[in-house]
Ligand binder design. Structure first.
Ligand code: ADE
Length: 230
C-alpha cells in the first residue's frame, strides 16, 4: 500500500476523486481514505497545516495501515531562481528550519535524538518523480526541502533558510513526515509544486495554489499509473 499525505484538501481532493473502492475512516481528527488508485492499494490523508499535524498523521497512518512508503504532496514557496511558480521541487533531504538548539552548541536545525540536520528521502522515488516530471513536461529541481511552522513571506527569512540549509523550497509539513518515516524505517518522498516566491508576495499563493496543486497531482498520477515505478 502507498501512503499519500497532503496538508490541505485541495492537494488531495483530485486524487480522492480518482480513487476506486473507497472507504473512509476518521482517526484523531484526520480523514483517511483507503482504496485503489490506478489499481494500486493506497491510503490518502489530509493532515492539516504545520509540523505537529503532519507528524500525527504520518505516525497514525503507519500504525493503522502500515504503508510501504509515504509520499508528501502539495505546494511550496521557492527559495531559488531555479524554481518558478508551477515548477516542481522534489526532495533529496528534508530539514526543519525552525529547530534551533544552537545555544547549546548544536548546529542550527539539528534534530536531537537522531542527531541529524538533513533527513534523507528515498532516492528511487526521487528519480522516478524526476522522470515523471519530464514526461509531464513539468520543470523540476531536486534538492533540500525546508519545513517550519511559518509561512515564509520575507526576503530576509527566505535568504536565511536558503543560505543556512542550501534549501530549494519551503513548506510546513514535509520534514515532520520525513522524520516520522525515518524513525519508523519507511521510505519517504516529498513532491511539492511551487505556488509562490516566499518573499513578500504571499498573494501569489492565493492565486497559484490551485494550479500548483494540479501539477503535483498530475505528476503523482503519472507515477502511480506507470508499471515502471513502485
Ligand atoms: N507553502 C506554500 N508556500 C509557502 C511559503 N511561502 N511558506 C511556507 N509554506 C508554504
Amino acid at each position: 500500500m502507498i501512503g499519500i499525505i497532503g496538508a490541505m484538501e485541495l492537494e488531495i481532493a483530485r486524487l480522492r476523486e480518482m480513487m476506486d473502492e473507497k472507504k473512509e475512516e476518521q482517526i484523531s481528527g484526520v480523514r483517511f481514505t483507503v482504496g485503489s488508485l490506478f489499481g494500486r492499494p493506497a491510503v490518502l490523508a489530509v493532515c492539516g497545516i504545520g509540523k505537529t499535524f503532519a507528524a500525527l498523521c504520518a505516525q497514525t497512518m503507519i500504525l493503522r495501515y502500515n504503508p510501504e512508503m509515504i509520499i508528501n504532496v502539495g505546494v511550496a514557496g521557492t527559495l531559488t531562481d531555479g524554481l518558478s511558480i508551477g515548477d516542481m521541487a522534489i526532495g533529496s533531504f528534508a530539514v526543519c528550519h525552525d529547530m534551533d538548539t544552537s545555544p547549546l552548541g548544536d548546529p542550527v536545525g539539528l534534530i536531537s535524538g537522531i542527531n541529524m540536520v538533513e533527513i534523507p528521502l528515498d532516492g528511487q522515488m526521487r528519480e522516478a518523480f524526476e522522470e515523471c516530471c519530464e514526461k509531464e513536461g513539468v520543470r523540476h529541481l531536486s534538492g533540500v526541502i525546508a519545513s517550519g511552522d511559518q509561512f515564509v513571506d520575507s526576503g530576509e527569512r527566505k535568504a536565511w533558510i536558503r543560505n543556512t540549509f542550501s534549501a530549494i523550497a519551503c513548506e510546513m509539513e514535509g520534514q515532520a513526515i520525513a522524520q516520522v518515516c525515518y524513525v519508523n524505517r519507511k521510505p519517504c518522498a516529498i513532491l511539492r509544486s511551487i505556488s509562490d516566491s516566499a518573499d513578500g508576495t504571499a498573494l501569489d499563493y492565493e492565486r497559484f495554489k490551485e494550479l500548483a496543486a494540479e501539477h503535483s497531482t498530475a505528476v503523482l498520477a503519472r507515477f502511480l499509473r506507470s508499471e515502471e515505478y513502485c
